[in-house]
Design a protein around this ligand. Structure first.
Ligand SMILES: *Cc1c(COP(=O)(O)O)cnc(C)c1O
Length: 466
């Protein structure tokens, strides 16, 4: 499988090159040359596969000759061995027509573990084969960073640099990142928002000298491999649901950077019978606004009770744009230039009509988030994390119309203990894995939101060698 940049100014790349480069050299995102379409027969054959077997089938459709089947099978089996549920992503019933996909059974208790565990092993394997060393930079609104630290700590050919917005993530998220004690991990608290962290990452990638000197790579959801590995649980949900419901199926996805929702869209394009991907946002509602009005305009980032979604510029939207504009890379460049120069771009009516075939959306306030957490605790004794609560709240508007909706449970409530406890006025237990880190010594640096400062820090300590 070959990959192209959404901006059309980069040579095509194979899977391992895409894995290693993160962002394309022209500032665009890599997309596969085509999305394989699965017929009914294959969909039926896959029904009885385990999660790992399903992962093997789906990843190998996109990874070309990068790994042998045996290697890929090892990678997948090891990746999911630390998950604490046999199904990895169990589906539970919330209420009539409404199901909940629990994506928080991995080591750092958020859905980011699903992809990060796999791609860390993909990095380790491919770097070892080529005797390469790489330096990874990632911006995080909290959960990507903790999943990345957990997955990459101790991997010898990799240094990991994490940027998170200072004082804008939960205490547990911070501790998960800062207590690894791993020599190959450096964590920076940036005095700014997630969008500042993400734009520093993009600026670092635009610094060609730095990229080649330190062999820079990224593991945000701008990295295609992350998206690929997230497709798997949409299939898993579909197979679990088949036994339970016959209705039209949609997924409600708590959304920030649009990676998870975009993975759902790709699974629909692969032939999974999905009606809509419902994009659920908090007050940072740029996607809800663009779907409803056609205007993509970033606003200031608001701090909410769902910090992992406090994002305005939803990077993966560029991948959808590329599709909506029928792969017209010149037009993608034009819109993205408008966004960086004028702060916005507008989509034509016919594009909005296309979006509405695959997507719906809704926005949830902090008060509504608290109300829905209370509702499910009081009615069903189910404790939702604030992000998952947003997906569940938006889904409610659709189940009333008779549709079956699967809401994605993106994190374990204990990760956002302060918020959930104050919403419910009860103490919630912390899983043992989190208890251990509460006592550990933290290591981090607070830095200004400045690309040069980060570049300087990386140059001081990067892993040298081809
Ligand atoms: C990352 C994250 C999201 C948002 O996912 P995107 O792929 O960035 O849209 C939602 N909820 C939680 C708990 C997260 O960690």
């Amino acid at each position: 499988m070959l990959y192209y940049s959404t901006r059309g100014l980069e040579d095509s790349k194979n899977f391992s090159e895409v894995l290693h480069s993160g962002l394309a050299g022209d500032g665009g995102l890599f997309v596969p040359k085509f999305i394989p379409h699965l017929n009914q027969e294959i969909l039926n054959q896959w029904r009885h596969l385990s999660y790992e077997e399903l992962a093997l089938e789906i990843i190998s459709l996109f990874s070309g000759d990068c790994f042998s089947r045996v290697e890929l099978s090892e990678i997948v089996n090891e990746s999911y061995s630390a998950f604490d549920h046999e199904l990895k992503s169990p589906l539970i019933k919330l209420e009539d027509n409404h199901y909940f996909l629990e994506l928080f059974h991995g080591p750092t208790l958020a859905f980011k573990d699903f992809a990060m565990q796999v791609i860390a092993r993909m990095f380790a394997k491919t770097l070892q084969k080529k005797d390469l060393k790489i330096n990874i930079i990632t911006a995080t609104s909290g959960d990507t960073g903790s999943a990345a630290v957990e997955a990459f700590k101790g991997i010898s050919n990799v240094n990991l640099y994490v940027l998170y917005p200072h004082e804008r993530i939960s205490q547990i998220q911070r501790k998960q990142m800062t207590t690894s004690n791993a020599k190959n991990v450096k964590v920076f608290a940036v005095q700014g928002t997630f969008d500042d962290c993400q734009s520093i990452v993009k600026e670092l990638f635009a610094d060609k000298a730095l990229v080649s000197d330190v062999n820079l790579s990224g593991v945000n959801s701008i990295n295609w491999a992350r998206i690929l590995v997230q497709i798997i649980y949409y299939f898993s949900a579909f197979y679990q649901l088949k036994e339970l419901s016959a209705g039209k199926l949609s997924f409600s996805v708590p959304t920030g950077n649009f990676g998870d929702a975009y993975a759902g869209y790709v699974s629909k394009r692969m032939g999974l019978p999905i009606n809509k991907i419902i994009v659920a946002t908090n007050k940072n509602d740029i996607l809800d606004r663009v779907f409803k009005t056609g205007v993509y305009k970033s606003d200031n980032v608001s701090k909410t009770l769902s910090p992992s979604m406090d994002i305005q510029v939803a990077s993966n939207f560029e991948r959808l744009l590329f599709d909506l504009l029928s792969n017209d890379t010149k037009e993608v460049r034009k819109l993205m230039n408008n966004l960086s120069n004028k702060g916005h771009f507008n989509l034509e009516k016919k594009i909005l009509t296309r979006i509405s075939k695959d997507f719906d959306s809704g926005t949830v306030t902090d008060n509504e988030t608290i109300a829905i957490i209370n509702h499910f605790y009081n009615e069903k004794e189910i404790v939702l994390c604030p992000h998952s609560a947003i997906g569940v709240r938006v889904a409610k508007d659709f189940i009333d119309t008779g549709e079956t909706v699967v809401s994605l449970g993106t994190a374990h409530p204990a990760k956002f203990k302060e918020t959930v406890e104050s919403a419910l006025e009860v103490n919630i237990p912390i899983p043992p894995a989190l208890e251990i880190i509460m006592e550990k010594q933290e290591s981090l640096r607070v830095i200004p939101p400045n690309k040069n400062k980060v570049a300087e820090e990386i140059r001081k300590s990067y892993l040298k060698g081809n």
